[in-house]
Design a protein around this ligand. Structure first.
Ligand code: GLU
Length: 473
């Protein structure tokens, strides 16, 4: 017996942005399809015309592209499948699994008021003659039980008495979500439905529709929603709901993929860092936790820092560019770009996000003369500081361009310290102040090497010849 190819889908309703919970659902579908050598599809559920917008559709597509969750095949737009939905409703009508309900809005209200706790059954359920009145097509919930076996929620059985005779086709002929999902999943050949557990009860209702149409019911997995760091359901109050908010905070798409996947999925060990290939190799639906996952920014930062460490310098520079420019309020000229690229290996271990890379790179991008004030200026006001800077400048000038590297500069600094019989701080602190203005920076020999000879001598002479130099006289 050959098993059918696994086909999964992500089916967002385009009413906002790519929600972080939706993004994780998409990732579960994506990696499971990869693991099984199957396909992952994107379906935009845009049947609710009042709530769906083109901007929201674009935001979801952009969010998925940025996150690197690439779907197979063409995007399916649910609104384009109306004919198939109507055809299925007609088939259900013909087989008797559905019926015409002529109840008006007022009648429905009264019926609902009187029904108490019991599920909705229309008085038109058993009507045989046709009326010349508008009608909806309702599903005729059969007696008995409905069972599903869910990868996360386990085996669930509902008494069908809990299910309303739901509307499949509205009076204006438009299909409802419940019908459209079943028909589209069937027509797309979806074998596994993985979605939020807010849809769990819908799985029961949809199972009944599948059965009435004589179609195979897809395997299902209902994933607990994401909660905020405080353990409460994720809401606007927590901020950062959309994938783009994480992009703007400077997370790498690979880091966010890794984090979201680990959020609520365990692989039998505590390892947090995974590459896409590793995830695809080991990801199964049974590893998804049944308890809601809590956002944990420390973990996210740690995972992202691991991805930053492993990212190629050039690729990291491209992604960091907008952050470098906005955080440091300075366009990235070709010269500066070269300088930051050279510094990347020193920036990577110090940054958890692209924003932090930009902060760590600030000293490389400062405009001369530097604005050195407050605490940062203190070492430059100490007795003898400017003399030391002048003396060191002479030695730096004498260092050949070809030797302007971290090791030679370290040796030069050490020699200066021992020749003058001073502590390293005596020279290190004023030099750092003059070259960085108090911005975060790595070892001094790196600062010198990465800024380059011209810039170093320029920044030193700005200080020696400027306000601090005058005070020394
Ligand atoms: N469109 C639904 C939603 O965004 C998802 C439907 C489904 O996955 O079955 O909640």
């Amino acid at each position: 017996m050959t098993t059918p190819k696994v086909i999964t889908r992500f089916a967002p309703s385009p009413t906002g942005f790519l929600h972080i919970g939706g993004a994780r659902t998409a990732l579960f579908n994506y990696y499971f399809a990869k693991h099984m050598g199957g396909e992952f599809h994107l379906r935009i559920e845009d049947t609710d015309k009042a709530r769906s917008t083109d901007e929201a559709t674009q935001a979801i597509i952009d969010g998925m592209n940025w996150l690197g969750v690439h779907h197979d095949g063409e995007i399916v737009y649910q609104s384009k499948n109306a004919d198939a939905h109507i055809e299925a409703a007609q088939a259900l009508l013909e087989s008797g699994a559905a019926y015409r309900c002529y109840a008006t809005a007022e009648e429905l209200e009264t019926l609902r008021e009187n029904q108490g706790d019991t599920a909705f059954r229309s008085p038109h359920r058993d009507r045989t003659e046709l009326l010349d009145k508008p009608y909806t097509i309702r599903f005729r919930v059969p007696e008995g039980e409905t069972k599903i076996s869910d990868h996360v929620q386990g085996d669930i059985t509902w008494d069908n008495k809990n299910f309303d005779d739901l509307v499949l086709l509205r009076a204006d002929g438009t299909p409802t979500y419940m019908l459209a999902v079943v028909v589209d999943d069937h027509n797309m050949g979806v074998t596994h439905v993985v979605r939020g557990d807010d849809h769990l009860i819908n799985a029961g209702r949809q199972t009944l529709i599948y059965q009435a149409l004589g179609w195979d019911v897809p395997d299902c997995t209902h994933v607990p929603l994401i909660h905020g760091p405080d353990g409460k359901k994720l809401s606007k109050r927590h901020g950062a709901l959309g994938a783009e908010a994480y992009r703007d905070m400077g997370y790498l798409p690979g880091g966010l993929r890794n984090y979201l996947l680990k959020l609520g999925w365990a692989h039998g060990d505590e390892e947090l860092f995974f590459t896409d290939e590793e995830i695809a190799k080991v990801f199964t639906l049974d590893g998804i936790n049944a308890a809601p996952a809590r956002l944990d920014f420390d973990k996210m930062d740690y995972i992202n820092s691991q991805h930053i460490l492993r990212e190629a310098d050039e690729a990291l520079l491209t992604q960091a560019k907008p952050f470098l420019e906005t955080v440091n309020d300075c366009p990235l000229s070709a010269d500066l770009e070269g300088r930051v690229l050279k510094a990347m290996e020193t920036l990577k271990p110090r940054a958890k996000t692209l924003k932090e890379i930009a902060e760590q790179a600030r000293y490389l991008m400062l405009k001369r003369p530097l604005d050195i004030t407050g605490k940062a200026a203190k070492p430059l006001r100490r007795d003898g500081a400017i003399d030391h800077l002048s003396a060191l400048t002479l030695r730096l000038k004498a260092l050949e361009d070809a030797s302007w590297n971290e090791d030679a500069l370290q040796a030069l600094l050490s020699a200066y310290v021992s020749d003058n019989d001073i502590g390293f701080g005596k020279i290190g602190q004023p030099v750092r102040a003059a070259l960085t203005g108090g911005a975060p920076s790595p070892d001094l020999s790196w600062v010198l090497a990465l800024l380059g000879k011209d810039e170093v001598l320029g920044r030193l002479s700005d200080v020696i010849d400027g306000e601090f130099g005058k005070k020394e006289e």
